[in-house]
Design a protein around this ligand. Structure first.
Ligand SMILES: Cc1cc2nc3c(=O)[nH]c(=O)nc-3n(C[C@H](O)[C@H](O)[C@H](O)COP(=O)(O)OP(=O)(O)OC[C@H]3O[C@@H](n4cnc5c(N)ncnc54)[C@H](O)[C@@H]3O)c2cc1C
Length: 447
């Protein structure tokens, strides 16, 4: 019916390997770094499963801490999961909760600590970017959160005041008319706030850079080498079996995030929900379209809807526009999801009625039951970081470093260092997701 079924971690027991790169705007211009496939039996001090930002960030920090024998494996190319195909928004935060919700869950002191960690995540990413010529096409600074209703603009206003007084965090408030005049003429926006430390980048260039940094520090990376089986023997040795090799290790890092296959024996089992999000990239806008829509910014933007849309003008004047997608891998290539994004784009901006889609793709983000990331070490010396809820570009840098600190027994602490909670009725997670989408649609319509 549709092009082909997409890998679906919720239903498939193993992740497919030897897959081509995602057909995306990023991969049309940049190739992922290639490495060899594991074809023998090895022993390693630390094994990291998953060569995305989290796994590679952990590897970089471990190597910097002087640990010698570090191995990273991925089922496909470097960054094949989200890290090569995201929208490239560097955001000051992670998870889905607002600061007020964080404060009521964690208390003021811990939320302050979390805020510092969100900012440190961006700083760490920027430090790494500074050694990459071209800085992965880093854009001008600014993350614009757009009110999709009047009442949401009031909420954004009060949240800016709250961030200033409680966290000394300076967030700019922008009225509807200033937004339309100075950023873009948007038909559905009632005002915005601007976080000064967000920005956009090319995600594939970023993950390639992480891989190169890790390789330069002596990390062994094997691609097209899926962990198909994980077992443990009495003395805390983990055995990982790939199609053409095997690995023994005492310290195992699970950095497979939303791509973790259903039956892999990991502590993530039944505790994350892989959720699809889709992105389209248009043809480059003409000069007249830029003028009509008054697109004056390359800053990254996301609205306040429950079912959010996110977008940015790319350096070559195309619009990247993303949002919710299908629920199953089987339905992912149904063209209606890309068409829905295009319709929303065209109704948001003036003069873009004839704009067309040049690229479109989807990927699995991971959502934990409590909608927050978790960075954790189990009693068996299995380490994981996951649950960024679609905001992992910067936070994964920090989470990877925290994992490395836990492994090398450095001081590490975060309000997020708790075990992933189980989903009640885990097999019915998708039913809950369908319900949430219905509820989100109604809520967005009502506000
Ligand atoms: C379309 C899209 C847009 C997004 N936009 C943004 C954004 O703008 N800003 C933002 O902050 N976040 C965004 N995200 C989320 C962000 O990309 C992720 O949070 C981040 O990349 C997570 O990195 P990771 O290394 O933890 O996981 P991933 O990059 O998903 O890496 C997991 C890796 O594990 C591998 N793997 C899985 N199972 C196995 C196995 N058994 N054996 C070996 N390897 C295995 C996979 O092949 C994969 O490469 C977006 C995600 C998508 C899909």
């Amino acid at each position: 019916m549709y092009k082909s079924n997409m890998y679906d971690p919720f239903v498939e027991n193993q992740i497919p390997f030897n897959q081509p790169s995602t057909d995306s705007y990023w991969s049309a211009n940049t190739q992922p770094i290639t490495t060899t496939t594991l074809d023998t039996d090895i022993q390693t001090d630390v094994l990291i499963v998953g060569a995305g930002y989290t796994g590679l960030s952990c590897a970089i920090e471990l190597a910097k801490a002087g640990i010698k024998n570090i191995t990273v494996i991925d089922a496909n190319q470097i960054g094949w999961g989200c890290s090569s195909r995201n929208a490239g928004f560097v955001l000051p935060g992670s998870g889905r909760l607002s600061y007020k919700e964080l404060e009521s869950r964690f208390g003021t002191a811990q939320t302050l600590k979390l805020h510092d960690q969100f900012i440190s995540a961006i700083d760490l990413l920027e430090t790494r970017l500074s050694s990459l010529p071209g800085n992965a096409d880093k854009t001008e600074q600014g993350y614009l959160k757009l009110a999709h209703s009047k009442s949401w603009f009031e909420k954004l206003n009060s949240s800016a005041a709250y961030l200033q007084s409680n966290f000394n965090y300076d967030v700019e408030v922008i009225t509807k008319s200033d937004f339309n005049k100075n950023f873009v003429n948007h038909q559905h926006v009632y005002g915005a706030i601007r976080y000064k430390n967000g920005f956009g980048l090319n995600p594939l260039k970023l993950v390639n850079h992480y891989a190169q940094l890790a390789l330069d520090l002596g990390v062994n990376i094997y691609t097209h080498s899926p962990a198909n089986e994980i077992t443990k023997s009495g003395n805390n040795t983990h055995h990982v079996i790939t199609p053409t090799g095997s690995i023994k290790t005492n310290k195992l890092v699970i950095a497979t995030n939303g791509y973790t296959p259903k039956s892999l024996n990991t502590p993530l089992n039944g505790k994350v929900l892989p959720v699809l999000t889709s992105v389209i990239v248009t043809r480059p806008l003409t000069q007249s379209e830029i003028e009509q829509s008054n697109f004056k910014t390359h800053q990254v933007m996301m609205d306040t809807r429950e079912l959010k849309y996110y977008y940015r003008l790319l350096p070559d004047n195309r619009i990247l526009f993303g949002g919710r997608s299908a629920i199953t891998g089987k339905a992912a290539s149904n063209p209606k999801y890309q068409q829905r994004l295009l319709q929303e784009l065209q109704s948001s901006f003036v003069g873009l009625d004839t704009v067309t889609i040049d690229h479109g793709w989807s990927g699995w983000i991971s959502v934990a039951f409590d909608q927050m990331p978790h960075i954790y070490k189990t009693e068996d010396d299995i380490f994981y970081a996951t649950g960024y809820c679609g905001s992992g570009v910067s936070f994964s840098a920090w989470a990877g470093k925290q994992l490395a600190d836990l492994i090398s027994e450095q001081e590490a602490s975060s309000p997020l260092m708790t075990e992933l909670p189980s989903f009640p009725f885990a097999p019915f997670r998708r039913m809950g997701q369908r319900f949430f989408y219905q509820y989100g649609r109604l809520k967005d319509w009502a506000q």
